[in-house]
Design a protein around this ligand. Structure first.
Ligand SMILES: Cc1cc2nc3c(=O)[nH]c(=O)nc-3n(C[C@H](O)[C@H](O)[C@H](O)COP(=O)(O)OP(=O)(O)OC[C@H]3O[C@@H](n4cnc5c(N)ncnc54)[C@H](O)[C@@H]3O)c2cc1C
Ligand code: SF4
Length: 338
């Protein structure tokens, strides 16, 4: 472990100032990812800015009828919040499909967006990795890549983004509120995370001096017809091979609007609005769901150990769409534990 200094800040202005005045500084919130990365020597900040006392821990209505989740609200508080459960059950389901109750009690909403990939090579400092050390190579491409991406990959990195919460936020078209030295800005969720291209070391479009202050949920919550389907090695405490967040607006048996986001398959939650558009104004039939499943995976590429994910993704998309259309979302196995 490297030496580092530590400062706790009382307000957002202080946090932005503190991060801007130290070269290799990092914010720390719940610490559930950052502390692991520091122990593995993958992340080596020389200064930690503790943001846990910032007044960003409330969930509030927004003037346009949506909901604002403070960046420091925990994943557990978010999932069990009465407004989220009632109006955005897709988000509650996705959060509760992730990690464990203990982790969700510590993990914050802001931190969840910025958790890093679970690629084995990224965590192993004895191996090469373009994300950890740019220009060294990507052993996953020809190596053990069972958990890796099938969409949006590059010759430099095939890592996936591991979050469940972010998959639901992508389908809901959330907006990330951030503050930096140049003031505040709002980042649409689709533009928040990046594909690896030739800069896999950069996960998001957040600037180095910016802090996430909140995540805004638009008014439309798709509370009637939704599902979050997560497929993984075991039913709890495992990251997704493939996950699917579906949000439908139905008019009887006809689909008015369809939103679909996939997790576990790309460097960011994967949306394909062209494929979603195939369902607009169409009846909710197995044939139509299969067409979307084929369309969404048309450019998918397997790397050997992860090739099974292409068929898995197709089946998951078709099943998730069926569950959402029938109004029978995936049951949430875990009981309320705060
Ligand atoms: C064993 C294990 C299993 C897990 N399983 C799952 C799973 O199945 N699904 C899933 O989705 N997640 C899973 N997680 C990940 C977990 O959800 C994340 O670790 C957590 O959400 C990160 O939040 P945090 O507050 O602890 O972030 P931290 O660890 O404190 O920070 C993570 C990163 O975000 C930055 N950061 C934090 N807050 C802000 C902010 N407001 N503004 C700017 N930067 C910020 C930090 O600088 C750091 O770089 C698992 C984690 C563990 C350890
Ligand atoms: S997939 Fe990405 S994170 Fe994993 S070894 Fe390759 S470059 Fe590193």
């Amino acid at each position: 472990m490297n030496n580092f200094s530590y400062a706790r800040v009382p307000d957002v202005g202080g946090a932005v100032h503190e991060i801007g005045t130290h070269k290799a500084a990092k914010f720390i919130a719940g610490g559930t990812n950052l502390i692991d990365l520091m122990k593995y020597n993958v992340s080596r900040p020389n200064h930690l800015v503790d943001i846990t006392r910032l007044p960003l821990n409330t969930i509030e209505e927004t003037p346009d009828g949506g909901l604002r989740l403070g960046a420091l609200v925990t994943n557990a508080e978010t999932a069990y919040n009465e407004h989220v459960e009632k109006r955005y059950p897709l988000l509650s389901s996705a959060i509760l499909a992730g990690a464990s109750p203990q982790l969700r009690n510590m993990a914050t909403d802001g931190g969840n967006l910025l958790q890093r990939t679970r690629c084995y090579y990224f965590y192993d400092t004895a191996t090469r990795c373009n994300k950890r050390e740019p220009g060294t190579g990507c052993p996953a491409i020809s190596g053990f890549n069972r958990i890796h991406a099938i969409l949006g990959t590059s010759e430099h990195c095939i890592a996936t983004h591991p979050s469940d919460m972010c998959v639901a936020l992508a389908a809901l078209e959330a907006v990330v509120q951030v503050t930096g030295a140049n003031g505040e800005r709002a980042i649409p969720f689709a533009e928040f995370h990046r594909l690896p291209n030739d800069t896999p070391q950069i996960d998001t479009n957040l600037h180095a001096d910016e802090i996430i202050t909140a995540i805004d949920l638009p008014k439309q919550g798709f509370a009637e017809n939704y599902t979050y389907l997560k497929l993984r090695d075991r039913a709890s405490y495992a990251f997704a091979f493939v996950s699917v967040a579906v949000a439908l607006e139905m008019d009887g048996e006809t689909i008015k609007e369809a939103r679909l986001a996939l997790g576990g398959v790309a460097h960011k939650p994967w949306r394909d609005t062209e494929a979603e558009g195939l369902l607009s104004g169409k009846p909710a039939t197995r044939d139509n769901f299969q067409k979307v499943a084929e369309a969404i995976t048309r450019d998918a590429r397997g790397y050997g150990h992860n090739t099974f994910k292409i068929e898995l993704a197709k089946r998951a998309v078709a099943r998730a769409l069926r569950q959402a259309a029938e109004g029978t979302p995936q049951p949430i196995a875990e009981k309320k534990i705060l």
